[in-house]
Design a protein around this ligand. Sequence first.
Ligand SMILES: [Ca+2]
Ligand SMILES: [Ca+2]
Ligand SMILES: [Ca+2]
Length: 286
Amino acid sequence: VYWDDIKILPITEVTKEKTTKFIVLNENKEEEYPTRLYLGQKTQFVVRIENREFETVNYTLQVKLENEVLKTENIRLKHNSAWEKKISIIPNAIGDLLRLEFVLYKESEKYKQFDLWVSCEVDYENLEVLENYSTTPPQIKNGGFEGYGYWLRDENGNFKWERTKEEAYNGTYSYKIGQSGSLNAGDFAYIVQKAKVDKPGFVFLSFAVKDNYDGENLGLIKRVLINDKVVWEDDIGGNEGWVVQKIPVFVEGVFRLKLGIYSTKYIKEMENNVYFDDIRLEGVKI
Ligand SMILES: [Ca+2]
Ligand SMILES: [Ca+2]
Ligand SMILES: [Ca+2]
């Protein structure tokens, strides 16, 4: 028997399946993925591409966050060869449910895709990154209360309001919000101003606040909100004097700034007053 006469095709030739293996792993090469990312901070993944297409292929790998391309790699691979690389991305969006896509193109055609849902937030321990995502701050009008107008009121409960000379951090006047009767849980009194940025980004919100109560915590809270999200609060309890706060806030389009007081429980009639002054938005410079 001459084996030479018998033609045996290699198995791969018979079941010739053209394919590309596209694998996305975390930086330790595990199939476990980060779900929480931080704005401006590098996150790494390992991407592996194996060409089993029986021909040389030009691939393009794109990593996108919310449809914006963060990274592009062009890879030319021969049949039966593999490419593996650590890919670093720097998230540039903020949100709870963002789509992070790894898209593989084969000769410019979309071919394979791997998606992750991630949250991306601000790491307030690492403020240098804010500078890269800053925006031009709009002007807060009459933020020092030396003039009149521009502020609206939003209230529920027994409060009194007044532009006053009793206290001032800057200039002659501040704005007073005081109790004018007993309060119930959930009562609030805020001054409100709308502002607008052309481009989403960070600005510093700066304000001075004082109250006339120095006893134990009372459940009456000084609060500052942006779009109804609390960005700063403190119980009027304690002898704080004028407190000047400078807080990084992320703003987008038209936003609403609120400063005032909020009652977390029943509070009997007392002469509690809170004063705000020198309310400003500033550019981010670290
Ligand atoms: Ca003032
Ligand atoms: Ca106090
Ligand atoms: Ca306090």
